[in-house]
Write a protein that binds this ligand. Sequence first.
Ligand SMILES: [Zn+2]
Length: 188
Amino acid sequence: MSNNNQYILALDVGGRPYEWLLWQEAVTLYARDEIAWEAGDTKIIVRGGISHKTGVQSEIHLNSIVAVRGANIANKKRVPSLTNRALFVRDGHVCMYCGEQFQTSLLTRDHIMPKAQGGADKWDNVITACKHCNNKKGNRTPHAAGMPLLAIPYVPNRAEYLLLKNRNILVDQMLFLKHHVPSCRRVM
Ligand SMILES: [Zn+2]
């Protein structure tokens, strides 16, 4: 793999998902001997400058998953930002009322307890709904509208947050992160 836009998955030394690193950040950590161990199956090759002497382009090989000494999950933001993109990914682009899958342009963020009734704009009060179902539900609770939810919304954990954040995830990174997602989660 040769891709300067590829992110490297950083773990803490206990193997817990920590953050995505730019290759430049990873190079710095390798140079400072702050990489404790590697866990990925993929080598990310970063092409450097061409030597004036030899005419050969330099290459740096980075592992796709690395454990970083001193990485501390406690210092990291726990709850990911609630964006429509992240919400639709969490719910697999499936409307939580009719169960159909839609493209992004046909989806909306539905507040289970409507905002008009004091419902919060938070992960555990929002679900993906198609425009049709959202209009039908209106400013009512699912119960009042007679539209039961197909799944209970949840706040994504750190691994889910990392899955939601990066659109360019390698297979080994995906498998590693999915291993840290509770098995009860329907979609991710
Ligand atoms: Zn629907």
